[in-house]
Design a binder for this molecule. Structure first.
Ligand code: NG6
Ligand code: CA
Length: 486
């Protein structure tokens, strides 16, 4: 019998309160809700970081981000931070005979410090365990705004080579920038995002050339889904694993015109509706191919939500009017050490195999590697040193997950959850980031919350429980000083 296919859908900056099945007010995500109707919806699932690159690093390697000093938000021309000989999630699937693909956002770097966009790229997803890849390099707000197919920029005209720079000043005097050509902008930045103008939107970084290869934000969803469908249709002989990294609702939020205005929440709500629609199309395609019952679909997000992440797209005002709180009941959001930073939605769906339920098992993205290895009967040896097998919790056969959750905020502040307690290490640094309007969870005093009944982290009870504070602090240091936690 052919093994069960796995599709891992990873949204970008989608919050714990952004789905209707998670109780999100003012949003409708019927297709994602339908996944939950055939699956387990996790209430206590976490990524390992409140920002993207480190969170994705853990999903793919089964390691906490602190083990790799390069796990910070990468520029679009960064080198690949996953070593070629590292054990990875896709390699586990490959060992078990799967075809593997990475489609969508990458943001883990490309090349080996030798990146030339006009040549074959020496390190791409294809070097870390994927048979096929169709990605954009970093984020949708960072240059270069092109697709990479396996090892090359797709649709590159050799007579129009690409140059990319992340210098503070624009090194090219013949390209449009937000400073020089504000008349070309159709979306105004609130912070950053004032370098190259691509498709009417200011980006981070400068890019010259590659006109024909540039994506249109409006077309990203269609392009990625068609790549996913092609990969599925070419995989009839073998089971497949697809890492499908959606770009929504990360900024800039530019939906296809079909979705403009549909949500009433402005572009952020519209791109969530767009994402949901494409997930519905994916499910319909699997059903049509008679593959839905042979495919585990995982839906999750890399980190918590943000409203104003650098463009004036009216998200704050419209969400407030609709009383839509992207982080749901959680405090903080993207970048933060509060729960809103790394507690994320997670749904694992497998039609006809899983009875729908809500799970309170504590689970972490870092465990995908060891858990799927167990499911596939693969010995991971000394790979994925922080990844533990919780496949039964993931598939709803067990109500208990991990003993502890360990994750980091933007500037590598750490928090540890054990049972009902979430402890946040003291740190210097701003308490509030006023540009994104998020509480960062930095405090010179230790913070301890009983999240079982104070999910919104309103009562810091550290002073009442010095013994627990001490144990939690010790455990964080033990983890940070260890070679492995598995
Ligand atoms: C920040 C960007 C933000 C976003 C983030 C990465 C500015 C002012 N802000 O530096 O817009 O791109 O990086 O997001 O440039 S992530 O989800 O990929 O981690
Ligand atoms: Ca993200």
């Amino acid at each position: 019998m052919k093994k069960t296919n796995v599709i891992l859908l990873l949204a970008d900056d989608l919050g714990y309160g952004d789905l209707s099945c998670y109780g999100g007010v003012g949003v409708q995500t019927p297709n994602i809700d339908a996944l939950a109707e055939n699956g387990i919806q996790f209430a206590d699932a976490y990524s390992t970081s409140a920002v993207c690159t480190p969170a994705r690093y853990s999903i793919l390697t089964g390691e906490y981000p602190f083990r790799n000093p390069n796990t910070h938000i990468l520029p679009g021309n960064a080198a690949c931070i996953i070593n070629k000989d590292k054990g990875t999630l896709p390699k586990i699937f490959k060992k078990a005979g799967y075809r593997t693909a990475a489609i969508g956002k990458w943001h883990l770097g490309l090349g080996n410090n030798d990146l030339d966009w006009n040549k074959e790229i020496t390190c791409t997803p294809n070097d870390v365990g994927f048979d096929y890849s169709y990605i954009f390099p970093a984020t949708n707000d960072r240059v270069p705004c092109v697709y990479i197919k396996n090892r090359n920029v797709d649709n590159l005209d050799p007579n129009d080579p690409i140059e990319v720079s992340y210098a503070a000043e624009c090194p090219y005097d013949d390209i449009p920038t937000s400073a020089r050509n504000p008349e070309m902008l159709r979306m105004i930045h609130s912070h950053g995002h004032n370098n190259s103008i691509i498709n009417g939107v200011g980006r981070i970084g400068f890019m010259r050339g590659g006109e024909k290869a540039r994506w249109k934000d409006e077309d990203l969803s269609e392009k990625f889904l068609s790549e996913v469908k092609n990969f599925i249709s070419e995989s009839s002989e073998q089971p497949f694993f697809i890492y499908y990294a959606l770009h929504q609702p990360h900024v800039p939020r530019v939906p296809n015109p079909r979705f403009a205005g549909v949500s009433g929440l402005g572009p952020r709500g519209d791109v969530i509706a767009e994402m949901d629609d494409y997930i519905g199309q994916l499910t319909a395609y699997l059903e049509q191919k008679k593959l839905l019952e042979d495919t585990i679909i995982i839906f999750t997000s890399d980190n918590g939500p943000v409203l104003d992440d650098g463009y004036r797209d009216d998200a704050e005002r419209l969400n407030k009017i609709a009383q839509h709180y992207p982080a749901g009941p959680l405090r903080g959001g993207k970048y933060s050490k509060f729960e809103g930073g790394a507690r994320i939605p997670l749904i694992i769906s497998h039609k006809s195999h899983i009875n729908a339920s809500i799970s309170h098992a504590m689970v972490s993205h870092v465990d995908f590697a060891a858990s799927f290895a167990e499911m596939l009967g693969i010995d991971i040896g000394d790979w994925a040193v922080d990844s533990c097998n919780h496949i039964d919790a993931f598939l709803g056969k067990e109500s208990k997950g991990r003993e502890e959750i360990f994750a980091e905020s933007l500037n590598k502040g750490y928090f540890l959850r054990k049972g009902k307690w979430t402890y946040m290490q003291p740190s210097d640094g701003a308490q509030h980031n006023y540009t994104v309007n998020i509480e960062l969870g930095n405090s010179r005093d230790p913070m301890l919350y009983n999240v079982a009944y104070d999910i919104g982290q309103r009562n810091n009870v550290a002073e009442l429980h010095p013994d627990i504070v001490k144990q939690m602090e010790q455990r964080i240091n033990e983890i940070l000083g260890s070679d492995k936690t598995r």
